[in-house]
Design a protein around this ligand. Structure first.
Ligand SMILES: NC(=O)c1ccc[n+]([C@@H]2O[C@H](COP(=O)([O-])OP(=O)(O)OC[C@H]3O[C@@H](n4cnc5c(N)ncnc54)[C@H](O)[C@@H]3O)[C@@H](O)[C@H]2O)c1
Length: 305
């Protein structure tokens, strides 16, 4: 018995990297998988059907069930077609893993309009469009059956967005947006029985191999901490009924460490019973900002695990 027997899953950007490992694991757990990948380069240029098809071939070689989809997830029609393909091919959709992503790192003062638009589009709109059509499918299904659909979305955030990495203004804005979307979607879809969570992964892929300075290489005698296959079980668990009751959460997975990460919340509070003046705000300064909270927060990227 597989964890996801009888379930239908879509993984976006599943032609390589983390998405590929997720698609292979979901299929090995019994899900029928739609393997989506546009197949461009890591900056989002170009198109190639082979990565998605190769993953489908790998799934089928081990006795699993999968079909390829080559659409751009950030396209309205593409995302509609993607959800439609899952429903037409396998009769329903139960799991949507939003994973597709690109990078165009630059400091803000060097970033072009195109660098901004491309990254924000692939990540934010590329999470929104498939989620929107999946949500409509689930809402309709729940209306027809009168029962919760027991479905799940797993989004892909990044600690770059959660903590704010310099050089990634476009990417961090999009990934922080994805964390916020995770909470909003979780609230919106709770009634129809859809759980929505996100991961913040760290793994050795083409997006990180030039940035990591070698710390992601496998160490002799250790397990392969930064293999994309080490991220996939977190997604399979979140996607499965084992995670019943878990929704609106962001889980970081780095090496052998899982962390539950939660975001914006009041840290300090100052109250007034009359309109604020600049002087009154200045007087509140020391109560509002403890010494350690007044400067730019440190980036919390932790190596190791
Ligand atoms: N690797 C890491 O350490 C890390 C850290 C934090 C977040 N992430 C996120 O994990 C996700 C997967 O990244 P990865 O490291 O496996 O990179 P990757 O480049 O190996 O895989 C991303 C895949 O997405 C596909 N893709 C890109 N744009 C697409 C589009 N518009 N439509 C369909 N497919 C598209 C690409 O063709 C590629 O196969 C991304 O969202 C990334 O931002 C990765």
């Amino acid at each position: 018995m597989g964890l996801l027997d009888g379930k239908v899953a879509i993984v976006t950007g599943a032609g390589r990297g983390i998405g590929r490992a997720e698609a292979l694991l979901l299929a090995s757990e019994g899900a029928s998988v739609v393997v989506n990948d546009l197949g461009g380069d890591w900056t989002g240029e170009g198109k190639d059907d082979r990565p998605a098809q190769q993953v489908v071939d790998e799934v089928e070689a081990t006795g699993g069930t999968a079909v390829a989809n080559y659409d751009d997830v950030a396209s309205w029609e593409g995302a509609q077609g993607l959800i439609g393909q899952a429903v037409d091919t396998y009769g329903a959709l139960d799991v949507l893993v939003n994973n597709a992503g690109i990078l165009r790192d630059k400091m803000s003062f060097n970033m072009t309009e195109d660098d901004w638009d491309a990254v924000v589009k692939v990540h934010l709109k590329g999470h929104f469009c498939p989620s929107r059509f999946a949500a409509a499918h689930w809402r309709q299904r729940s209306k027809e059956t009168g029962a919760p659909v027991r479905a799940a979305i797993v989004n892909t955030a990044s600690e770059s967005g959660l903590y704010g990495n310099a050089g990634q203004l476009n990417y961090a804005a999009a990934k922080a947006g994805i964390a916020a979307m995770t909470v909003v979607l979780a609230r919106e879809l709770e009634r129809v029985g859809v759980r929505v969570n996100a991961i913040a992964p760290v793994a050795r892929t083409r997006l990180t191999e030039s940035l990591s300075g070698g710390f992601m290489e496998q160490k002799e005698g250790d397990f392969d901490r930064f293999a994309p296959e080490n991220v996939a079980p977190v997604v399979a668990w979140l996607a499965s009924d084992l995670a019943a009751g878990v929704s609106g959460q962001v889980v970081k997975v780095q090496g052998g460490v899982l962390q539950l990460v939660q975001g914006w919340r009041p840290l300090t509070e100052v109250k007034a019973d009359k309109p604020w003046t600049v002087d009154a705000v200045d007087e509140a300064r020391s109560a509002l900002f403890a010494r350690s909270e007044a400067g730019v927060p440190p980036f919390m990227f932790e190596v190791g695990g």
